[in-house]
Design a protein around this ligand. Structure first.
Ligand code: SF4
Length: 236
């Protein structure tokens, strides 16, 4: 964990976190309007099909001339495996918006990336794949924050996935965080969960994320896909 901790201490996320007043972690009141940092903020969100429980790693509230901004920060410790060679893979412009200072904004609705063949993906592709797995979670957090903090109704909501290895921030595209989109994503996710009780409802979806999957050792389809798409020379 030490390298991850060092990355965090050197990150822009840490600078932003350090710049605002800290709120006591236990039994602290909900954010009411002032700047501050809330850590391990638990929430309970009631939806038509069920109740969603969650804990937000860090909630950062700041005010600028443009108004209030709520930043939802979620730390990810899974290792991002990618090709560190200088050979860039071509990406359509809209997929990663405004790369700036190690930060990426992703829009997952573009056409799918081509499959990597016998090599790791580029950093951008690896980040896109990893972040895509967390899109619904982040939309749920954004929905919870909006519903549970009515005093911030007009605030800008921003989501940051901080991948501590290799210390890169990824931000979900604004359109994915629109209230209606978040509501739809959460409700559809709940509906899929409720009506998908048979294993046949959860077909394996092999993709670059298989390399980072905790179930790879017991997933035959995932193992086969990794063997076919990455040579042993690429393994590190
Ligand atoms: S290894 Fe298997 S279970 Fe894991 S992501 Fe890949 S297909 Fe899904």
């Amino acid at each position: 964990m030490l390298p991850l901790a060092k990355n965090y201490l050197e990150s822009d996320v840490f600078k932003r976190v350090e710049a605002v007043p800290k709120i006591a972690e236990h039994y602290s009141p909900r954010p009411a309007g002032a700047d501050g940092l809330w850590s391990e903020l638990s929430f309970r969100l009631r939806r038509r099909l069920g109740v969603l429980n969650g804990i937000i790693d860090k909630l950062l509230i700041t005010h600028t001339d443009a108004g209030a901004e709520i930043e939802i920060i979620d730390f990810k410790t899974n290792r991002i495996v990618y090709d560190k060679s200088d050979v860039p893979r071509e990406l359509p412009a809209p997929r990663i918006r405004a790369p700036k200072g190690g930060q990426f904004a992703l829009n997952f609705e573009d056409e799918p990336l081509p499959k990597p063949v016998n090599r790791h993906p580029s950093l951008q592709e690896a980040l896109k794949t990893a972040a895509e797995d967390y899109q619904l979670q982040m939309q749920a957090y954004a929905l919870a924050v909006r519903e549970l903090l009515p005093s911030f109704a007009g605030a800008t909501v921003r989501v940051t996935l901080h991948f501590l290895d290799p210390n890169v921030e990824v931000h979900l595209a604004d359109e994915l965080l629109e209230p209606a989109r978040c509501e739809q994503a959460v409700d559809e996710g709940m509906q899929r969960t409720i009506f998908s009780s048979d294993p046949a409802n959860f077909p394996v979806k092999t993709a670059p994320h298989c390399r980072m999957c905790n179930f790879l050792s017991v997933c035959e389809a995932g193992k086969k896909w990794v063997q076919e798409n990455w040579s042993t020379d690429d393994a590190d």
